[in-house]
Design a protein around this ligand. Structure first.
Ligand code: ADP
Ligand code: MG
Length: 248
């Protein structure tokens, strides 16, 4: 069953065509890793799926909710609001609330969006912090956490909404090298627990070992798509070969 499916999804900023007729599918329990050179449209694509950018052509579906560029803006916005309830997004920058503790950050959406009772939210929040290995940091403020710990709080916060899919946009790119591993291992555990994930990353080892499918994008189009083994060991296009030469 597809959790995400896009149909010739397109996006332009004024005259700049950033996404050109993208067709991608992410099935339930799949880990799809999106690779591509800088500027190829990966972040814009994730942002479109989460409604942070408005699509300008085609359509997409998240967890059964279908958003078409041809719909009136108001209708699209309502659908996007619904989609956001089913997706968790983790960015390169953690964007935690500085004046809230780790636990406060995790339960914020439960209180404000889901209108949950405080004790219920705290119960869930503590369980999620435990899941990302941070039970002992629940009362700590972000400024006292390492980058890796902050990113794990951000993951717990996204999980709090009980999403059907997690979208990751270079979640380890802003981290010191020695902190990358702890975030990747939380992501590996999520994958093992059956979370459906769409991940933009430059961590090739993670892609090779965890991805069910690799999608390689360049200049706003999907250039190649296949198993990690096929993509890494037998890239088909010159563009992909060049990309792999540059990053390894
Ligand atoms: P990637 O994440 O693959 O590096 P992006 O999606 O960030 O690529 O960017 C793709 C292209 O879209 C780039 O040329 C970038 O400059 C352009 N772009 C991204 N966001 C905007 C924006 N808000 N306005 C204009 N151009 C943008
Ligand atoms: Mg990007």
């Amino acid at each position: 069953m597809a959790i995400i499916k896009t149909f010739e999804l397109s996006k332009h900023f004024n005259n700049l065509e950033v996404l050109k007729h993208i067709d991608i599918q992410v099935d339930q329990n799949e880990i799809v890793v999106l690779l591509g050179p800088s500027g190829s449209g990966k972040s814009t694509f994730l942002r479109c799926l989460n409604g942070l950018e408005d699509i300008t052509g085609g359509s997409f579906e998240v967890n059964g909710i279908h958003v078409d560029a041809k719909l009136p803006a108001r209708q699209r916005k309502a659908l996007i609001r619904e989609i956001r309830q089913h997706t968790g997004m983790v960015f390169q920058q953690f964007n935690l609330y500085p004046h809230k503790t780790a636990l406060g950050n995790v339960i914020e959406g439960l209180l404000t969006v889901k209108k949950m009772r405080k004790d219920e939210a705290v119960h869930i929040g503590e369980r999620l912090l435990d899941r990302v290995g941070l039970s002992d940091k629940k009362d700590t403020y972000p400024s006292r956490l390492s980058g890796g710990q902050q990113q794990r709080v951000a993951i717990a916060r996204a999980l709090a909404m009980d999403p059907a899919i997690m979208l990751f946009d270079e979640p380890t790119s802003a981290l010191d090298p020695e902190l990358v591993g702890e975030v990747l291992s939380v992501m590996r555990e999520l994958a093992q627990d059956g979370m459906t994930m769409l991940v933009v990353t430059h961590e090739m080892k993670f892609a090779r070992e965890v991805a069910s499918k690799v999608v390689f994008m360049a200049d706003g189009v999907v250039v190649e798509e296949g198993s990690p083994q096929a993509f890494f060991d037998h890239p088909q296009t010159e563009r992909a070969k060049k990309f792999l030469r540059q990053i390894t």
